[in-house]
Ligand binder design. Structure first.
Ligand SMILES: Nc1ncnc2c1ncn2[C@@H]1O[C@H](COP(=O)(O)OP(=O)(O)OP(=O)(O)O)[C@@H](O)[C@H]1O
Ligand SMILES: [Mg+2]
Length: 469
């Protein structure tokens, strides 16, 4: 049931009532009917109803005004209203004129109810259609306005390109940043401004540029795909990142230098002390050369330790370019274990080897050897005095990573110990670079290294991408 409002303007009360009754019978509509006995009352209703009035019946003979004028007034003040003229024989001419000037139709007195119902239905259908169309147009305008406001208010660059890559939208932020007005830009080729998305330079009118991070969305449009581009100015963010990175790098260099100086000082002090001992003995004269040998041996050891420190440090701080080959993982692990057998034996440990990965991995062999040496040496040092070490390889997991596990039954690693930090060591003769080097090398290979530890069991595992070809 559609709701509608009708106004009957006629000084003949009986006729108006008769009309009301007929309107009540129109199928599909629930009509609220108002009546006016003259033009003044009609005007008052119109003023109140405005766009809510759907249909008006106007007698051309009114006591206080010319009916034709009233018709025009109603049409002006009630936008969607359809006007039907009520006419007797005497006024048919004027009624026809009114219809020529926009009234919907005229109905002659006395009313034939069926005709009246039909004509009124048609008028109402048209009035409601126009009203619906108006409402839709209004909604569309509102939604367009909201989108326009959004595009302008959003603190980002908004750009649209048509199917030919020409600029179809250029928001205020872009106008402000580039100093180029929308009118100037619309229709110009714009693909270069946004590329395929990502970071791009946006040239500024007075020279220089801003760095803009573009995100693109391609949507099907009426005449080909439209590309919408949303750009964020990341110039400040980028330069802040660069500054932070530089500061972090400087801080890291400082920490490294301090660590290195600390590590160098011990062997240097020790060597210099031993040299003083040597000098004192020589000054006293009559020294048997054999008595000097242990002192020389200590100096020699310290110098070797310094040499190792420098080598380790360089391996960590300035890695040389990698030379990657597809190498058989099990063989590589096996050969490192063979190399370490004397050390294992010297510490009285047992070593079990479980080679379960007959696969190849893309590695710089020398560096991977270094990784394995560092890890197995740590395990030997942790389980010295009769512990057991297990070394296991595993073929690729579902992510394509083969792995090596080095497990020992030593004391374990305390929680939160920064074992991968350079110079972190709990050993009197350690440099604390072993695991830092492991971490660096495994990262360079696109792999991962981690460990699990509790007293009595520590297991380091490295994962490396398995060769796919
Ligand atoms: N398997 C392990 N069991 C217990 N602690 C370990 C183990 N591996 C490493 N750690 C701890 O991590 C620290 C750092 O190890 P890292 O290999 O980096 O240096 P380091 O062994 O002390 O010295 P370097 O390897 O340079 O001779 C060790 O000092 C030790 O405290
Ligand atoms: Mg070590």
């Amino acid at each position: 049931m559609k709701l509608a409002t009708a106004l009957i303007v006629d000084d003949n009360a009986d006729l108006a009532e008769n009309l009301c009754e007929i309107l009540a019978t129109i199928p599909g509509y629930s009509i609220r009917t108002l009546t006016a006995a003259n033009a003044a009352e009609a005007r008052a209703h119109c003023l109140e109803l405005h766009a809510k009035l759907d249909v008006a019946f106007v007698d051309l003979h009114l006591p206080d005004a010319d009916g034709l004028e009233l018709v025009q007034e109603i049409q002006r003040s009630c936008q969607h209203c359809e006007v039907l003229i009520i006419t007797g024989d005497a006024t048919v001419e004027s009624a026809a004129r009114a219809v020529r000037h926009g009234a919907f139709a005229y109905v002659t007195k006395p009313f034939a109810p069926a005709d009246l119902v039909q004509t009124t239905s048609a008028a109402l259908a048209r009035a409601l259609l126009v009203r619906e169309r108006e409402a839709l147009r209004f909604e569309l305008e509102e939604s367009e306005r909201r989108h326009r406001e959004l595009v302008e208010a959003v603190p980002a660059f908004v750009l649209a390109l048509d199917a030919e890559g020409r600029i179809a939208l250029w928001n205020q932020q872009l106008e402000a940043a580039t100093g180029r007005a929308r009118g100037e830009m619309l229709g110009l080729p714009g693909r270069d401004l946004v590329g395929q998305g990502g970071d791009r330079k946006l040239e500024l009118p007075g020279g220089g540029h801003r760095l803009v991070r573009w995100q693109l969305a391609e949507l099907p449009g009426g005449s080909g795909a439209v590309t919408y581009a949303l750009g964020m100015d990341v110039t400040e963010e980028r330069s802040m990142m660069r500054r932070t990175l530089r500061a972090e790098r400087l801080a890291a260099v400082g920490t490294l230098a301090a660590g290195l100086a600390h590590e160098v000082r011990n062997p240097l002090n020790s060597a210099s002390l031993q040299l003083q001992v040597l000098r004192r003995r020589i000054d006293k004269g009559n020294v048997a050369p054999e008595a000097l040998l242990p002192v020389i041996a200590i100096v020699d050891d310290e110098i070797r330790r310094l040499g190792r420190l420098v080598n380790d440090f360089l391996a960590f701080a300035r890695p040389s370019p990698m030379s990657v080959n597809a190498a058989p993982l099990d063989e590589l692990v096996g050969s490192v274990v063979v190399q370490l057998e004397p050390e294992v034996a010297a510490e009285g440990c047992a070593l079990t080897l479980d080679l379960l990965a007959p696969v190849r991995v893309d590695v710089d062999t020398e560096r991977l050897r270094q990784v394995l040496l560092n890890l197995v040496r740590n395990a030997i040092e942790a389980s010295s005095g009769g512990g057991t070490i297990v070394i296991r390889t595993r073929p690729a997991d579902e992510e394509g990573f083969a792995s090596v596990e080095i497990e020992d039954d030593g004391p374990g690693i305390p929680e939160d110990a920064p074992v991968f930090d350079a110079f972190y060591t709990t050993k009197t003769s350690g440099t604390g670079l072993g695991l830092a080097i492991v971490h660096r090398i495994i990262e360079e290979h696109g792999g991962t290294v981690g460990f699990e530890s509790r007293p009595g069991r520590t297991c380091f595992s490295i994962r490396l991408p398995q060769t796919t070809t």
